[in-house]
Write a protein of this length. Structure first.
Length: 422
């Protein structure tokens, strides 16, 4: 399927979908808890549903109605009857490795063609350091993964280049008898780690952490309890509407966002404002209009998922825009640094690829056929670029948006975007 977009004028309000990251944490913890949880306004996307299905395979009872009702396993997950398929969800893969390490038996975890190319070696080593028996079926640190559930606690060390490795330990270590201590080096995506800690705080979990999130002690013998929680709007998804408002002839208002939430991608708002974007907070919403932009240098360590969108923005900013400290963008569904450099180049952009980022020069773009590589953030970023440039922009693998924003086309259409699929 191809996403087709053409130069557009955007007006109106849009309710931003809820957070994938919060949804997956909510359903994972609810699945492990004692008693019943209610998850209101969950993100019913490919990734959110993958996490819910996985929780069910470990023994939780889940009613996927308007709100999700979850009866947890009381800290004792069962061994799944079949291979746990996480589909395209890297977060679910990493979290399920932790859950499987608590189950008394052997669990096999796998996913789609992108998941089996995404390394989980640091988490394998960390879980093994805490007493589990985890291995890759191909001995290369990539899924499929086999987990024998015998997590004991103790001390370990792991890379924080992907925050999900750290979050998996934080969520599951409270449920074992012994205390756990781990050192994290090369810490990236800190807001996502802080998001996990907020969920632990909500549950009253006892832990100690250093200010720089490089050391943790998790006290054992704890448990989760059922809760009634509401999932907030997703700043990662909002990024695409923010850049559409800034780049197009637009005056739009984004609803459903909480600027006090811990999500890292809210930093995108500040970055765009620093570039000169006329973004204002009005009547409970975020009002975005077209504006002249100036290139800046951005440390992307906390917001790697925003790289594709900010790379597009850089093409419209005077001078050059530098995106740095985001080498982990190469470890996502695709190597997003390389992919965006290639596809923006097809549109006519002057882009320099760095080992840990990109330099994007102000460029005149012209619509043309592009590859989306089955990466939801690449597809949406390039499609939004097409709304702001002459010609017809066609991005293949448009079905990938189902992973995070299944109603992306509908929401853009309500704002007046000339966008459809073929």
């Amino acid at each position: 399927m191809r996403m087709i977009s053409e130069e557009s004028t955007l007006r109106g309000e849009v309710l931003i979908p809820t957070s994938k990251s919060h949804t997956i944490r909510a359903v994972t913890i609810a699945g492990l808890a004692h008693g019943k949880s209610i998850i209101r306004h969950p993100l019913e996307s490919g990734d959110g549903l993958a996490a819910a299905r996985a929780a069910g395979m470990f023994g939780a009872k889940i009613d996927l109605g308007g709100s999700w009702v979850v009866e947890g396993v009381g800290g004792v997950p069962r061994v799944p009857e079949n291979v746990v398929d996480v589909a395209n969800s890297g977060t679910t893969m990493n979290f399920c490795m932790g859950t499987a390490s608590l189950a008394e038996g052997t669990t096999v975890l796998s996913g789609d063609h992108q998941i089996v190319r995404r390394s989980v070696q640091p988490l394998i080593e960390a879980l093994n350091g805490l007493g589990a028996e985890v291995c890759s079926t191909r001995n290369n640190g990539l899924p499929p993964i086999v987990v024998k559930g015998c997590l004991k606690g103790g001390k370990t060390r792991l890379s924080g280049i992907v925050s999900q490795y750290v979050s998996s330990l934080l969520i599951h270590c409270p449920l074992i008898d012994r205390d756990s201590e781990f050192e994290v080096y090369d810490v990236h995506e800190k807001p996502y780690i802080r998001m996990t800690l907020k969920w632990l705080d909500r549950q009253g979990i006892r832990y100690e952490s250093s200010d720089d999130l490089s050391r943790f002690k998790i006290f054992g013998g704890q448990s989760y309890h059922g809760q009634d929680v509401t999932i907030p709007g997703d700043f990662s998804s909002a990024t695409f509407f923010l850049i559409a408002g800034v780049l197009c002839d637009a005056d739009i208002t984004l609803l459903g966002l909480d600027m006090n939430d811990v999500q890292g991608d809210k930093k995108v708002v500040a970055c765009l404002q620093e570039m000169g974007a006329p973004i204002r907070f009005e009547n409970g919403g975020v009002r975005v209009r077209h504006g002249a932009l100036q290139g800046i240098e951005i440390d992307m360590a906390d917001i790697p998922d925003a790289l594709p969108a900010m790379a597009v923005v850089g093409c419209f900013a005077r001078g050059k825009t530098i995106l740095r400290n985001v080498a982990n963008a190469r470890l996502k569904e695709t190597d997003r640094i390389s992919v965006m450099a290639v596809e923006l180049g097809r549109l006519g952009a002057r882009v320099e690829e760095l080992s840990d980022g990109m330099i994007i020069h102000e460029s005149r773009l012209q619509g043309c056929p592009l590859r989306g590589y089955g990466d939801h953030r690449v597809v949406m970023s390039l499609s939004v670029a097409g709304l702001a440039i002459p010609g017809r922009t066609e991005v293949d693998t448009a079905e990938a948006v189902e992973v995070t924003v299944p109603n992306f086309l509908e929401l853009m259409g309500k704002l007046g975007a000339k966008m459809n699929t073929e």
